[in-house]
Design a protein around this ligand. Structure first.
Ligand SMILES: Nc1ncnc2c1ncn2[C@@H]1O[C@H](COP(=O)(O)OP(=O)(O)OP(=O)(O)O)[C@@H](O)[C@H]1O
Length: 248
């Protein structure tokens, strides 16, 4: 009999003993976690904690050194993204010379599941001029275009690597609100990485806290902070405890 666990196709992400080692050392170690459906997940941790590495393993852009990861039951192949997954990298790669309309045309050409009307609706909601070139847009507008490109694919899982990093506080709030509205109404699982947990407090319902390549805290926010302790405080306490354990 095969004792190997069957991957759960309903789970956006499931990882068991997952690790990634670069030449300089381990970026992620012994990571076992599950990301349930329809959640807004905060993937947080200080610089170098392993957030981008975990995203790279989910997308298949990186191969695990140890362990296993499945995305909707499939092991990432490394040959392009899973059809149900959209990924927005930290640098928000967009063609600067394209207009917004041309950017959406590019989305249509490169995604078999593209929903043009939905992408146009998202641009309209953001009040971004469609004939403007990407290079001339503000940081907030560029983020909205990048999000329309990512959401236009109609993903079930959306991975956003520090999407708010270059935005001012007002733009952060607007972009986040628009994103959460879409995720909730469309039933999309969103993984948002950030090293500022405070900006995701009240927004996320699931937390994954990484520190030095290890998962320090993970799970449902309601359960983790059942006594009402703010998430930021919870995370900080857990990191302090880890530092003390290391020093001992
Ligand atoms: N391509 C690479 N080659 C070698 N080391 C790498 C590579 N990418 C990341 N690392 C190292 O792996 C560790 C985790 O990096 P990673 O980028 O995953 O962290 P992060 O939590 O996303 O950090 P940040 O918040 O600064 O973006 C760091 O020590 C980093 O220097």
């Amino acid at each position: 009999m095969n004792s190997r666990r069957q991957p759960d196709q309903a789970l956006p992400v499931s990882a068991e003993g997952l690790g990634k080692k670069y030449r300089r050392g381990w970026a992620l170690r012994e990571t076992s976690l599950v990301i349930p459906r329809n959640r807004i997940v905060a993937l947080v941790g200080p610089n170098g904690a392993g957030k981008s590495t975990l995203m790279g393993l989910i997308t298949g852009l990186l191969r695990p050194t140890t362990g296993e990861i499945t995305v909707f039951g499939d092991r990432p192949t490394g040959k392009g993204l899973h059809p149900a997954v959209s990924y927005l990298a930290q640098q928000k790669p967009l063609y600067q010379q394209f207009t917004v309309t041309e950017t959406l045309m590019f989305g249509a050409r490169t995604n078999p599941t593209w929903d043009q009307r939905y992408a146009e609706y998202l641009i309209e909601q953001a009040a971004v001029p469609v004939d403007a070139r990407v290079a001339t847009l503000s940081g907030g507008q560029r983020t909205r275009v990048a999000l329309a490109l990512a959401l236009g694919k109609r993903p079930n899982l959306l991975l956003l690597d520090e999407p708010l990093a270059d935005l001012d506080p007002l733009a952060r709030e607007t972009v986040l609100r628009a994103l959460i509205t879409e995720a909730r109404t469309q039933g999309i699982t969103v993984v948002l990485s950030s090293h500022v947990l405070a900006e995701l407090e009240g927004v996320c319902d699931h937390l994954v806290l990484l520190h030095k390549g290890r998962v320090l805290l993970a799970g449902d926010v309601g359960r983790l902070s059942a006594d009402g302790t703010p998430l930021g405080e919870l995370a900080l306490n857990r990191m302090r405890q880890a530092a003390q354990e290391e020093a001992a």
